[in-house]
Design a protein around this ligand. Structure first.
Ligand SMILES: Nc1ncnc2c1ncn2[C@@H]1O[C@H](COP(=O)(O)OP(=O)(O)OP(=O)(O)O)[C@@H](O)[C@H]1O
Length: 208
């Protein structure tokens, strides 16, 4: 369960998230919203990598004090700077989260990713490779709760169905941020759709 209470995030006196309250229990939320509205900032806060006011609890544990040690994963690339290469990063994650490294390779092969890329750090990859590798890093340990930022942006047409299948199979609780509204249908799941508007989340009943 992900429970957010009175969450606010500001940068230099500019309030990006304004008193967000959200309770998510075995559900998938899709968050839409204009550029710069605060969607990624919300996922960064949930990942515990930026300071926030209020409370964000994953299965009852406050994330600011429990980074990385939760039944939670994300595809936010800035989380994956541990290790010199993606392979080292995946090894560290498999130890911390008790995942099987073989599942990481299985996802890479499923996505037809050249295995040689994982000997590089993520910042040296192409935009699409970054997206695919960070998705594999987020999902291979089968975390209970997942947040995913823009999963189908920059994905080539031949891999798109595979990425959607992965999301469909492996995300049963969490948040997906996207500009691609067609993803809501493609997921073939019961999801709740929200719009980020002026730093607040508003449920969008038309899209469901
Ligand atoms: N570290 C930071 N320092 C200062 N301002 C920031 C920082 N991170 C984000 N912002 C600002 O916060 C606002 C929200 O950014 P965010 O990345 O959350 O938007 P978004 O909704 O994900 O946008 P997009 O759809 O363009 O990806 C923007 O105005 C951005 O410039």
């Amino acid at each position: 369960m992900l429970e957010i209470k009175d969450l606010s995030v500001s940068f230099d006196d500019f309030t990006v998230l304004n008193d967000i309250n959200l309770k998510l229990d075995k559900e998938v939320y899709i968050i839409l919203g204009p550029n710069g509205s605060g969607k990624t900032t919300l996922l960064r806060a949930i990942s515990g990598i930026i300071p926030y006011k209020g409370s964000i609890k994953i299965n009852g544990v406050e994330v600011r004090s429990a980074k990385g040690l939760l039944e939670y994963s994300t595809n936010l690339q800035e989380v994956y700077t541990i290790g010199n290469s993606v392979l080292e990063t995946a090894k560290i994650i498999s130890e911390i989260k008790k995942g099987d490294l073989k599942d990481f390779f299985k996802i890479l092969d499923y996505l037809n990713l050249d295995r040689r890329v994982i000997h590089k750090p993520i910042f040296k990859m192409s935009t699409g490779q970054k997206a695919l590798v960070s998705l594999a890093l987020a999902l291979f340990t089968r975390p209970q709760i997942v947040t995913i930022d823009e999963p189908i942006e920059n994905i080539d047409i031949n891999r798109l169905d595979k990425v959607i299948s992965l999301l469909r199979e492996r995300i049963n609780e969490g948040i997906i941020v996207t500009h691609q509204k067609e993803l809501i249908k493609l997921l073939e799941k019961n999801v709740r759709v929200y719009n980020m508007v002026n730093g607040e989340l508003v449920e969008d009943n038309k899209m469901q």
